[in-house]
Design a protein around this ligand. Sequence first.
Ligand code: FAD
Length: 589
Amino acid sequence: MPRFDAPVQELAFVLDEIAGLAEIAGLPGGEEATPDLVAAVLEEAARFGGEILAPLNPVGDRQGCRLSNGMVTTPAGFPAAYARFVDGGWNGIAFAPDFGGQGLPWAVGTAVQEIWHAANMAFALVPMLTQGAVEALSHHGTAEQKRLYLPKLIRGEWTGTMNLTEPQAGSDVGALRTKAVPVGDGSWRISGQKIFITGGDHDLAENIVHLVLARTPGAPAGVRGISLFLVPKFLVGPDGALGPRNEVACIKLEHKLGINGSPTCTMAFGDGDGALGWMIGAENQGLALMFTMMNNARLAVGLEGIAQAERAYQKARAYARERVQGHDPLTRQPVTILHHPDVRRMLLDAKARTEAARALALYVAGQIDRARTCPDAHRRVELLTPVVKAYGTETGVAVADTAIQVFGGMGYIDETGVAQHLRDARIAPIYEGTNGIQALDLVGRKLLKDGGAAFSALVAEMRALDAPLAAAGAEVAGLRRRLAEAVNAADAAGRHILGGAGADPRLAAAVAWPFLLLVATATCGWLMAKAALAARRRLAAGDQAVPFLEGKIVTARAYAELHLVQAESYLAQVESGSTSVMALSDDQF
Ligand SMILES: Cc1cc2nc3c(=O)[nH]c(=O)nc-3n(C[C@H](O)[C@H](O)[C@H](O)COP(=O)(O)OP(=O)(O)OC[C@H]3O[C@@H](n4cnc5c(N)ncnc54)[C@H](O)[C@@H]3O)c2cc1C
C-alpha cells in the first residue's frame, strides 16, 4: 500500500494564490504567518500525518471501538497517537493566543486539518469536534467557562462533542426532548438520551466536554425553545481540577459502514437526578449558538470529503502506474493502465475535482480570516459554507468511487485499502446536516433571505475575472468561455428562484439541490481559473516548479471541460421547477 504523502506543494500554492495568505498575514493578528513558518508547519504536519496517523487508518477500520463496563476503548495505537498530537501542539494552531492557541490564520489551520482527515478521518474527528466546542465557548461562554475549559480544550487535553441528535430529532432538531431543570445555583440537571454522538466516550483524553441541546421548563415548542448546555464527563472544580464522574455515559456503540475507528455513541444523560450542566449563552438561544459550532463543523466536514478524495486519488494514481494490462495500440508493447485514455480520464477527473473542491474550502477559510475585519467577507463565508460542506463531501464520495473503478477488481478487495475511503467518505454527505439540508440552507437562508444580495456580489466578482482571462489568450480561451457560461447560468438560476419563489412555495425546495451544484461548480471553476492565471504568472516569472504549475493550468482546463459544462444542465433542472417532483402521489412511488 503506498504511503500517504500530503500534497504540501498544492496546499501551499492554494493558500498563497486562492486563500490569499500574504494579505491575511498583513491583517491584525496574522503576523505569525510568515511564509517560512507556514511552510514548516505544512511539512511537519505532512510528516506527522504520513508517519503516525496514516498507518493507524486501516487498524482503526479493522478493529473499530469497543464498549465495556461503560468505557469506550479506541483502536490500538490511537491513544498514543493522540498523546503525540497534543504534545506536538497541533490541536491549538489556529486558535487565538488568549487561552493558549498559536494564533495562526484559519486558512493555515484548515490546510493542516485536511492532512489529518486524509491521513485518518476517524482519528481526526475528535480534534474536529473539539474545535467546534472551542469556537462555541469562545464566542458565547462566560468568562468563568472560558477560564475553566478553553485552555484544556485548546491544548486537546480535554475533547469536545456536539449532542443534537435524538431518535425522533435528526434533521428536525426542533423535535428534541432532552430536558434541563434549574438547580438554583446556576447549574442545571440534564436528562435524556442522544444518539449518534461522535466521540461521546473514548480513552484519548482525561475529560470530555459535551455541548448538549436541551429544553428548559416551559420553553416554546420547536427550535425557539432550545438551550445549549456544557456537560462535562468529569465535573470540574473552581481550580480546574477534575472532580467526580457526572451522570453521563455511553450506553451503546453503533456498528457502521465506515469511520470504524471513531466511536459513535448513544449517550444517556442522568440516570438519577440528572447530569450537571451549565448553560452557554442565553436561554432558548441554543440553536443559534450551536450554529457557531455547526458552521465551523460544516466546513470541516466538507474538508473531510476533499481529504478522502485526495487519499483515494493518490492510491488510484499509484496503482495505475504499476498495473500492467493491455497493449499500446501503436507499438503493441504491454502498458500500465495509466496509458489507457479512459483511465487517464478518470484520474484527471478525480484530480480536477479534488483540486477544485480544495480551492473552494481554502478560499472560504481565507474569508473567515478576513471576516474579522471585513463584513463582506463574513457574508461570503455564510453564503458558501453549505456549498463547501455539500460539494466537498459529494467530491469525497465521487472521487473515492472513481478510484475504486481505476483499481478494477482489486478496488473491491479490502487489502488495497481504497474501498475504506469510500466507506469512510460516505457519512460526510449525511452528518452535520444532510446535503439536502445544506441546499435548503443555501436557497432559503442565504439566497432568498437577503433578496440575492450576497449571491449577486459573488456573481459580479466571478465576472470580473473575465478580463484577465481574456488577456491571458488562447491557452485559457476555452476555460474563459465555459466559466462565463457557468456564471451566467448560476446568475439565471438565482434570478429564477428569486422570481418564482413567491408564486410557488415548493419551487425553492424542489430545485435547491441543482442550484447548489450549479453555485459550487461555477465558484470552483472561477477559483480554478484564478489558479491557472497564478500558475501562468509564476511560470512567466521563472518559477522552477514547472511540471506542477503547467499541471495546474491543464487541471483548470479539465475542470472546465468535465464540470463547468454541466452548468447548463443544472440550470435546466432549476428551470424545470417543482411540477414533476411533486406530481406523483405518495403511493405512486
Ligand atoms: C456516524 C455518525 C456520526 C454522527 N455524529 C453526530 C454527532 O456527533 N452529534 C450529533 O448530534 N449527531 C450526529 N450524527 C447524526 C447526524 O447528524 C444525523 O444522522 C443527520 O443530521 C441526519 O438526521 P437523521 O439521521 O435523523 O435523518 P433524517 O432527518 O430522518 O433524514 C432522512 C432523509 O430525509 C431528508 N430530510 C429530512 N428532513 C428534511 C427536510 N425538512 N427537507 C428536505 N429533506 C429532509 C434528509 O436530507 C435525508 O435524506 C451522526 C450520525 C452518524 C451516522
